[in-house]
Write a protein that binds this ligand. Structure first.
Ligand SMILES: *Cc1c(COP(=O)(O)O)cnc(C)c1O
Length: 482
């Protein structure tokens, strides 16, 4: 367990009392909340996008800060009485700027998707306000009529976005067709090299030269490797694109200085977005970091995209970002990467096939087709054995985005519980053992099924008891008794 998670009897008393109060109004919610702690404590959480926030972070979210409306920005609100929210937002933004070395930070987005929408609109607004406004003889966006907007959309003619494809590891919001980003922009996607599974910068550059995007997006949800953001910026500059990096998944590794130099996106991106609840280990939320030239357009996230900020969550962001500035967080982030490497090596040593044959970040993408399984079957069998993961497409996945052929694993959560590289080697053994003992099922008509499966007798129990030993040795929220 890391320092941020060390707790004591006081926390137990606080939460016991709070749950009693809640139970007096709606007992099912108190029960579900208690049960969630038991469930999280009892499972090997390997979901790459999840973590365990510290109790101070969780406590900060549960206050009357939630009761305040504060649309606008610090010192410029559309409601009276926002002085304390101003303090909260200022402190959170200050920590974000200093932690990431960013000139500007906007801490209002409620989630990663919101952060990306704020960024997209900010980039569009900034472009429109420069050449666009001049052309139309308007001073600011508010003076534009509907007809002006129509002219702008037609004349600027560039709402093109180039992002990483979903099945190569990109995110829905990076131009995936069914997402709004794939509708508000003409989109094109870059993938990875079919043989190595690695990002091919020449391919990215070729796509950028041909497509000439307004926005080039880098960042990923399921790519197990580091990205060279200096190269990405070079490509963006060559074609006059704005570089946006979505570091939602790996922000903790940037904060902990595991990704430095060309691997740190913040100095290279015009705009960087992130979630705060993944490897960064904060409350559920988003942040936009920007170079100075984009600050004023990012600031208009509300009312462009957002309504009132979640002040209690901004407060919790401030606490989490303050934690991430402590030296212990750097050690945590390094351990996350070391553990991922140990886990990947452990899987490969036991014959498993990984996309890109390894990892150098916090996540591992296992191709389960060599076990004769779909991602769906593997995910379910692992869950039966107390291993919580999610199925994920692999590049050019023959089973599509629903059944998939992959399982994505990540180390941030269990590393927060204090798991070491040795523990992760044991976890790799358990995972491979479950998959080896899972048989794909058949449909009622006798055809191969992509969903049904059977796990050999006794495997689930044996896996759970082996896991319990490690989980007991690394308790979640030690000392917290409800
Ligand atoms: C998780 C993620 C998001 C979305 O975050 P939410 O908080 O779920 O909206 C956006 N981009 C990337 C790359 C992500 O991994």
């Amino acid at each position: 367990m890391t320092d941020a998670h060390v707790t004591n009897a006081r926390a137990s008393e606080i939460y016991r009392n709070a749950l009693d109060v809640i139970a007096g109004i709606e007992p099912r919610i108190a029960d579900a909340t208690r049960q969630e702690l038991d469930d999280q404590r009892a499972s090997l959480k390997l979901i790459a996008s999840e973590n365990y926030a510290s109790l101070p972070v969780l406590m900060t979210m549960g206050t009357w800060m939630s009761d305040k409306y504060a649309e606008g920005t610090v010192g410029h609100r559309f409601y009276a009485g926002c002085q304390n929210v101003d303090t909260v937002e200022q402190v959170a933004a200050e920590h974000a700027r200093e932690l990431f070395g960013a000139p500007y930070a906007y801490v209002q987005p409620h989630s990663g998707i919101d952060a990306n929408l704020v960024a997209y609109w900010a980039i569009l607004a900034q472009r429109i306000e420069g050449p666009g406004l001049e052309k139309l003889g308007a001073k600011n966006v508010n003076e534009l009529t509907e007809a002006d907007w129509e002219t702008l959309r037609a004349e600027l003619g560039n709402q093109r976005l180039l992002g990483m494809s979903l099945d190569a590891g990109g995110h829905l919001t990076h131009g995936f067709r069914p997402n709004i980003s794939g509708k508000m922009f003409y989109q094109r996607q870059y993938g990875t090299d079919p043989a190595s599974g690695l990002l091919d910068y020449d391919q990215v550059a070729a796509a950028a030269r041909e497509f000439k995007p307004l926005i080039m997006v880098a960042g990923y949800s399921a790519y197990p490797r580091r990205v060279n953001f200096a190269k990405m910026r070079e490509i963006a500059d060559e074609v006059g694109a704005t570089l946006m990096v979505d570091m939602a998944h790996f922000a903790g590794l940037v904060a902990g200085k595991v990704f430095t130099g060309d691997e740190n996106p913040v100095p290279f991106a015009h705009v960087t977005t992130t979630t705060t609840h993944k490897s960064l280990r904060g409350p559920r939320g988003g942040v936009v970091l920007a170079q100075e030239e984009f600050a004023s357009s990012v600031d208009r996230g509300c009312p462009m995209v957002l309504g009132g900020p979640l002040s209690h969550v901004m407060a919790a962001k401030a606490v989490a970002l303050a934690e991430a500035r402590q030296p212990a967080f750097g050690a945590y982030a390094q351990q996350v990467a070391d553990n991922a490497k140990a886990f990947a090596d452990g899987l490969m040593r036991r014959g498993a096939k990984l996309v890109t044959d390894g990892t150098d970040n916090h996540l591992v993408l296992l191709d389960v087709s060599s076990f004769g399984l779909t991602g769906r079957q593997a995910e379910s069998a692992l869950l039966d054995a107390g291993v919580v993961t999610n199925r994920n497409s692999v590049p050019a996945d023959p089973n599509g985005a629903w059944y998939t052929s992959g399982i994505r694993f990540g180390t941030p959560a269990l590393t927060s519980r204090g798991f070491t590289a040795d523990n992760f080697d044991v976890v790799a053994d358990l995972v491979v053992n479950v998959l080896k003992n899972t048989e794909p099922g058949t449909t009622k008509a006798g055809a191969p099924s992509k969903a049904s499966y059977s796990l050999a007798e006794g495997i689930a129990d044996r896996t759970k008891s082996a896991a319990a030993e490690m989980l007991d040795a690394h308790p979640l929220y030690p000392g917290l008794e409800l």
